[in-house]
Design a protein around this ligand. Structure first.
Ligand code: ZN
Length: 597
């Protein structure tokens, strides 16, 4: 393997020269160099051209250059320092830059980097006062739980909120409650886990994740939840756990002896899961609750005892991190979508536009989706459907419901295998049920008769109506909204506006429709990534309508009609362009001109 210092010898020479000029003594770790890793041991003294307070001198540093230096920054360790901030509590590396790579300039030499950053980290690393930290630009929170190593990024999905809101006691350790833990049937150490339910010390239910989560994580184990008044001190799971046991009285220790360990498919057994919470930074200098999980498992090990090979069960421990889940976390990340958690959307038509739109609504936290379609998932059309062959033959409504149930569990989905305008259903009654209590109708049926009918249903109910469709060949598309009190015209006005050209007809491919083998209907020809343009704009339009009225909500698009072109005048693909229009009352519309007729 070619090392960076062989590949760029002039750079390596430049680095050494810069260190010498700054009077920073350095030694190369020759043992590591033989393995192609460049590590330097540095000695900073009073003669060095780095501004370091006397109390830190002489200062020893170790520097590891990454394999792809200088594109990525070197890691600097200060093994003899103990800074309260800006230093890894265990590994002792210094936090010299904000973590993102865009803070590192590849032309910077190590010497310049140290001259620039070491004085800052030594000064700021000793500050713990939140008021001062608040005033330092670019200061990041340093959640201490990040320093604890988990095995292969093991995590426990968990809603910490009910425990976080419990008032702090004075005890060094306190049992807060218990948790019911789900583990996937296929799990092996270190397995993924989810806390399905949590209880207080009186076994009162505090929180339960939506039941869809238990599909993937069947409940298998109960563990204790403990609050510590300081983080586990050793940053090493075995030592920390011993320390933790030392804090407990006999009463609490009972929870640490589970009756039924969970046997995993590889023969390992999960014996216990313990949640630990302790104060940690969540804003610079400000404390909130950090979380770690101690997983105790039993592994069969072959050993030689009295010259015989015997299988012995040995106990091991590892740390897992909290993988936070709740709807508040979602709205924390995208706060403008918060109003969606109270909205109910009914989607008609679950094809190549409706299907992906439904997933967008679920992903973004719409409270309830009623989804309506009477077709099944065809293996052949999965090229433009969001779910694949695993769902072939299922009703589209049921397939989407199943997927959302286990993946976006905070959204409730009600599937309806139903055809609007079908003969064999007691139509009106079923439709009443589907449309009861809905915030918005999203019409992706791409059938003009259904569009006409549903737009009138929405009008009667005084709820917004959004209609999306693509043109043949998906050369273009339409997003239309009719919002009571905002949109002047109606669906029929839109038809007249297309006819007289007040709103342009989007481009269409006259050879763009095909009839697939064995299929009675003419179907679309067009790729999912073309259709995605229409889906995204239709969803944006809906989100704007549903959120804009509420403080801080996603802004309304302020246009009734979007007309999409995906091709130029010769029918060649181009970057998408949208034109937007307001839908006015059309003088010829029979609905809007009843008095003058
Ligand atoms: Zn009209």
């Amino acid at each position: 393997m070619e090392t960076w210092y062989n590949k760029y010898p002039e750079r390596w020479a430049q680095e050494q020269q810069a260190l010498q000029e700054a009077h920073i003594n350095f030694q190369i770790n020759t043992a590591l160099e033989a393995k192609g890793i460049l590590q330097l041991k540095l000695a900073i003294s009073e003669q060095s051209k780095i501004t370091v307070p006397l109390k830190f001198l002489p200062l020893s540093l170790a520097v590891n250059f990454p394999t792809n230096y200088p594109y990525f920054r070197p890691e600097v360790y200060a093994p003899e320092l103990n800074l309260p901030r800006h230093q890894h509590v265990l590994h002792k590396n210094l936090c010299l830059l904000n973590r993102a790579t865009n803070n590192w300039l590849p032309e910077t030499t190590l010497a310049d980097f140290l001259i620039d950053q070491i004085p800052k980290v030594l000064a700021e690393g000793e500050i713990t006062d939140p008021h001062i930290l608040e005033s330092i630009q670019g200061e990041q929170a340093e959640p201490v739980s990040e320093y604890y190593r988990s095995v292969l990024n093991a995590s426990v999905t968990f809603n910490p909120e009910p425990f976080d809101s419990m008032p702090f006691g004075q005890m060094t350790v306190e049992l807060l409650g218990t948790m019911r833990v789900g583990i996937p049937p296929t799990g092996s150490v270190p397995t993924r886990m989810t806390v399905l339910e949590s209880f207080d010390i009186d076994q009162q239910l505090l929180d339960r994740l939506p039941e869809g989560v238990a599909e993937s994580f069947p409940p298998r184990l109960t563990g204790g939840v403990y609050r510590l008044n300081e983080r586990p001190p050793n940053v090493e799971v075995m030592k920390d756990f011993k320390w933790f046991l030392g804090l407990l009285d006999n009463q609490n220790e009972k929870l640490l002896k589970p009756k039924n360990p969970v046997v995993l498919k590889d023969g390992y057994k999960i014996e216990n899961v313990i949640a630990l919470t302790f104060p940690e930074e969540h804003l610079p200098g400000k404390q909130a609750s950090g979380w770690l999980f101690v997983i105790i498992y039993i592994m069969p090990v072959r050993k030689i005892i009295n010259k015989k090979i015997v299988s012995v069960n040995e106990k091991y421990y590892y740390y897992a991190k909290a993988n936070r889940i709740n709807n508040a976390e979602l709205s924390f990340r995208i706060s403008s979508l918060k109003p969606l958690v109270n909205k109910k959307v009914t989607v008609f038509g679950l094809g190549a536009l409706g299907g992906p739109s439904v997933l967008e609504f679920a992903r973004n936290g719409v409270k309830e989706l009623k989804i309506v379609d009477n077709d099944i998932v065809n293996a052949g059309t999965t090229v433009r459907w969001p779910l694949g062959v695993a769902y072939a033959g299922m009703y589209k409504a049921d397939a989407l419901k199943e997927h959302i149930y286990s993946n976006y569990p905070f959204t409730e989905v009600r599937p309806y295998v139903y055809k609007v305008g079908g003969e064999d259903t007691p139509d009106q009654q079923k439709l009443q049920e589907i449309l009861a209590d809905t915030s918005l109708i999203y019409d992706a049926t791409a059938e003009i008769g259904v569009n006409h009918f549903l737009s009138l249903e929405a009008q009667q109910r005084k709820i917004p109506y959004v209609c999306v469709y693509g043109t043949p060949g998906v050369w273009g598309g339409v997003c239309l909204r009719i919002v009571p009190g905002i949109t002047e015209g109606c669906w029929m006005c839109f038809q007249y506006s297309l006819v007289d050209g007040t709103i342009p007809v989007p481009p269409l491919n006259r050879d763009g429709d095909i009839q697939a083998a064995g299929c009675g209907d003419i179907s679309f020809m067009g790729a999912s990534f073309e259709l995605a343009n229409i889906v995204n704009s239709g969803v944006r339009q809906v989100v704007g309508i549903l959120c804009s009225g509420e403080g801080g909500g996603y802004h309304d698009l302020n246009a009734d009609v979007g007309i999409l072109s995906l091709v130029d005048d010769f029918g060649n693909p181009k970057f998408p362009s949208w034109l937007s229009y307001q839908l006015k009352k059309h003088p010829q519309c029979p609905y809007c001109n009843t008095k003058t007729k």
